[in-house]
Design a protein around this ligand. Sequence first.
Ligand code: BTN
Length: 241
Amino acid sequence: LGKKVLFLSHCHSTNDMAADLLKEKLQIEGTTIITQDQSNGRGQRGNSWESEPGKNATFSVILKPTAISAQNQFQLHLITTLAIHGALFPILGKELKIKWPNDIYYRNRKLGGILIENTLKGSRIENSIVGIGINLNQTHFSNLHATSMIDITGEELEINDIIEQILIQLEKKYLELKGGQLKTLKTQYLRRLYLFDQVGKYETGGRMFEGKIVGISPSGLLQIQENEMIHEFAFKEVAYK
Ligand code: BTN
């Protein structure tokens, strides 16, 4: 991955840029778009992704995971968050966590997130745009819940070095997935999962409850145990409180 890289000083959104490139002509798998400044960076749930120009990692990678069916698209979330975790773990250690399904957390703060957008051919994924935003050298945030690498370690990082490490890890995990290693990847995922096997507060359809994350279903649903019952939730059905 990352054999073809496009560096843009600014753009609307690297995910949108990747989608435009895919419309124009066939793009080789692994094509990566990196920018210093997005005017319309997009996050989950239609939110915008704010990032101070020139301070953070904001990029998108084009994958062509044609063997993965649409219903298994969580596998791409799994390898992408594992790859980010793998790249940052040597710097941050055990407090670094993957928060299901799109976030990277350090203690109780958000360090980064992913936005994966797929196009389908029949029931299979044709193109996947894997958008990644990680806060590196930004020190001020409007959201109190956010943090950055510099906030945590006090040290400024070279943005492209971090992106390179993430791409190396993503390629590795992607090959493992294609090589039939899903079970091992899932075990790694659960070990790094935020609030796994711990009691936490959640909200679903206006109801608050206490429960323990006990697993992830084959299609990527979050399994939370409340008393003796195990509930399964899709992304928009549950909120961490
Ligand atoms: C989230 O946590 O809500 C997901 C954030 C994803 C942000 C990245 S930055 C690069 C890529 N381009 C976008 O417009 N969004 C993703």
